[in-house]
Design a binder for this molecule. Structure first.
Ligand code: 13P
Ligand code: SF4
Length: 312
């Protein structure tokens, strides 16, 4: 961007931040932002976090309004855990293609084929699917959750890559749904080989939503929060990062003396990026788009989320 355009944008964002502060007080609202959101949103968030931390914050907040800067399933989880709050997602088009890869009818059919199995569902799923689920998990607690389940057989959905990763750390038989994250699944072995040649001193850190052959190349595998913690605490100074590029905001904030190279220019989730600061302000002005979950679905889905929050 040219200097003038950059200055204009900075001025606009200053004005938007002022309006937002005022609106937040008037509405008694909090802003939750996933680490994959644009920097301009992460900057104004009350809490930045991964799916797990943000679900916890939604369950605990005293605010009347939660502006959930993330994708639709995250807003739904917040509404399920805090049914008396108003939950807004700045742009209603912020969906998750992986969450759309599983539906309750297909899941019910699979359950009928495996009557002794318990269903563990990644939080990246719709409320309808969570309502058919025994216990949810996020990438931060997936192994612990699977091992906590009282059954030898697990139906796992929807992420086949995370499912494959978890299956290495459990004796349980896992029946794995064929879903995947369009963004993480795009990272290839060739991308990582090229990056390693370019940056031979860098460590490769990766999210388990990536393909198994890519995950197998990593120096460290972890959820978004796991990657952040590892990079913050490591004595290494340079990293090749195999997760969504919004994570760069927190990585650089935590470790300004370290260098982070994203492993591919395709590690950008277009769904996460449809939200922007202007839409956050508009959501609080208009109190739209609001997330609704039918009560009967929410009541069932809540059990699977609350069971997850209890796993230590
Ligand atoms: P986490 O927030 O659990 O790391 O999940 C990554 C993701 O893809 C969220 O949509
Ligand atoms: Fe869905 Fe992947 Fe985007 Fe997360 S990063 S919202 S899993 S498409």
């Amino acid at each position: 961007m040219e200097t003038l355009a950059l200055e204009r944008k900075a001025e606009q964002n200053r004005e938007l931040r002022e309006r937002l502060l005022k609106l937040k007080k008037e509405r008694n609202a909090i802003i939750l932002a996933h680490y994959y959101q644009r920097d301009e949103i992460q900057e104004v968030a009350d809490f930045r976090g991964d799916s797990f931390l943000l679900a916890q914050k939604a369950a605990q907040t005293d605010a009347d309004v939660i502006v959930f800067c993330g994708v639709h399933f995250m807003g739904e989880s917040a509404k399920i855990l805090a049914p008396n709050k108003t939950v807004l997602v700045p742009d209603e088009r912020a969906g998750c293609p992986m969450a759309d890869m599983v539906n309750p009818i297909g899941l019910r059919e699979l359950k009928a084929k495996h009557p002794n199995a318990k269903v563990v569902t990644y939080i990246n799923s719709s409320a309808d699917v969570k309502a058919e689920t025994d216990i949810c998990c996020t990438s931060a607690n997936a192994v612990k959750v699977v091992n906590s389940v009282d059954a030898d057989e697990i139906i796992w959905c929807p992420d086949k890559n995370l499912g494959h990763y978890v299956s290495q750390f459990t004796d349980k038989k896992m029946i794995i749904w064929e879903g995947y994250c369009n963004t993480h699944d795009m990272l290839t072995v060739k991308d990582v080989v090229e990056m390693r040649e370019k940056y031979p001193n860098a460590e490769f850190v990766v999210h388990p939503e990536c393909r198994p052959e890519v995950v197998a190349m990593a120096d460290f595998v972890g959820s978004t929060t796991g990657i952040l913690k590892y990079c913050r605490e490591s004595s290494h100074k340079e990293f090749i990062v195999g997760t969504e590029d919004g994570t760069g905001y927190q990585l650089r904030l935590d470790s300004p003396d370290k260098t982070f190279h994203f492993a591919s220019k395709f590690l950008v989730c277009p769904n996460m990026k449809v939200n922007n600061l202007k839409k956050v302000v508009r959501a609080l002005e208009t109190m739209q788009p609001e997330i609704y979950v039918p009560e009967d679905v929410a009541d069932k889905a809540r059990q699977s989320l609350e069971r997850m929050l209890l796993v230590k």
